[in-house]
Design a protein around this ligand. Structure first.
Ligand code: NAD
Ligand code: UD1
Length: 332
């Protein structure tokens, strides 16, 4: 199939690109490079064995998208492009609504114009908000706690309306949990700009001596060791989940929201312990007050993905830490 990947040079998009190309699909990448580096393209070329087709373009530019759809006979779109900083979304909401919601509408208009009606959308577990019960299943109420989460939910709602209006659309919203790790080659991985916000990239920078210590945001939660617990998922498992979703979307019209997680939660101390073993180093840490907006614990009910997509995560926390560290070492 000819598959358009928006945000295809980003963390998750680039990993999905490797798996899709390996499966023999023709991939066409679109990215405006606002949160990725052009080097990723040549690294992808090294992994895949040929340079993928790439357009430096903004998904809000509908005319440019129209011309890409005209040039390539696209069968399906995977829409990764989006901004993802929770903190920035709260201080600059218009930027987030414009990029994440506006960008999605622009893409959908171009798809409609080109009569392409198969879509996989990168949603997030953030849409659920404060857990009313755990694990979160897909029927859990969706009450996002921040602007970023609201933009994801709004796009989901637009997609639901679209599929009601035109039942020929096939749409899968994948609600990712916490993606970490990197491709086994160490050529691509997570490359945050500036100070990392998320746990794994921060731990990598402490291990390499770039940052002096890890701040642990609270050790007084009602969790197994007092630190926050999350459902960390290897980015290659997530990438493979897109192939499974692609096979599903080809056969099932309508709107479907599906969790991609492991169903297991690990604490900050669990992750540090696994990382120290994987990297054979000690992570200096300091316990700090809780980070505003953080939840104590959440994790996925992963049964829907298993039943509908025939997919489940395979890689454990050790592999996540090893591959993440391997990428970080090669890059620094
Ligand atoms: P990322 O920032 O690494 O990748 C997103 C890519 O999209 C970047 O390369 C960026 O340059 C590009 N982009 C952003 N806005 C664009 C625009 N208007 N036009 C064209 N390109 C644009 O992020 P990621 O971690 O790979 O996340 C991919 C998607 O998954 C995002 O939509 C994100 O919200 C969602 N998601 C990520 C996580 C996570 O923890 N990484 C969790 C849940 C959901
Ligand atoms: C955060 C976002 C979430 C987004 C996800 C992307 C918030 C409130 N949530 O999730 O919407 O989808 O990133 O991956 O920002 N921690 C530390 N020290 C650090 C960093 C993190 O102790 O330096 C702890 C956090 O308190 C949390 C856990 O590590 O318990 C994971 O944090 P993080 O990687 O930032 O992910 P989330 O907060 O789950």
């Amino acid at each position: 199939m000819n598959i358009l990947l928006t945000g295809g040079l980003g963390f998750i998009g680039s990993h999905a690109a490797t798996v899709l190309a390996e499966q023999g699909h023709q991939i066409i990448l679109v990215d405006n490079l606002c949160n990725s580096q052009i080097e990723v393209l040549s690294h992808l070329g090294q992994i895949i064995g040929k340079q993928p087709i790439f357009y430096e373009a903004d998904v809000r530019n509908t005319n440019l998208l129209n011309s890409i759809f005209q040039k390539h006979s696209i069968d399906l779109v995977i829409h990764f492009a989006g901004l993802k900083s929770v903190a920035e979304s709260v201080t600059n909401p218009l930027k987030y609504y414009d990029n994440n919601v506006g960008g999605s509408i622009s893409l959908l208009e171009a798809m409609q114009g080109a009569k392409v009606n198969k879509l996989i959308f990168s949603s997030s577990a953030t849409v659920y908000g404060v857990p009313q019960y755990l694990p979160y299943d897909e029927s859990h109420p969706t009450v996002p706690m921040n602007t970023y989460g609201k933009t994801k939910l709004q796009v989901e709602e637009i997609l639901r309306d679209l599929s009601h209006a035109d039942p020929d659309w096939s749409i899968v919203c994948l609600r990712y949990f916490n993606p970490v790790g990197a491709h086994e080659s160490g050529l691509i991985g997570e490359h945050p700009r500036g100070m990392p916000n998320n746990l794994m990239p921060y731990v990598c920078q402490v291990a390499s001596g770039k940052l002096p210590h890890l701040n642990i945001f609270g050790d007084d939660y009602e969790t197994k060791d007092g630190t926050g617990e999350r459902d960390y998922i290897h980015v290659m498992d997530l990438a493979e989940g897109h192939v499974a979703a692609l096979n599903f979307v080809n056969q099932h019209p309508g709107f479907h929201a599906i969790n991609l997680g492991t169903g297991v939660s690990y604490s900050v101390y669990d992750l540090i312990g696994a990382f120290e073993q994987a990297a054979n180093s000690t992570i200096v840490r300091k316990v700090q007050p809780r980070r505003s907006g953080d939840l104590a614990i959440y994790y996925a009910k992963a049964d829907k993905a298993k039943n509908l997509l025939g997919w489940q995560a395979k890689r454990d926390l050790q592999v996540m830490c090893k591959s993440g560290w391997n990428f970080h070492k090669q890059k620094s």
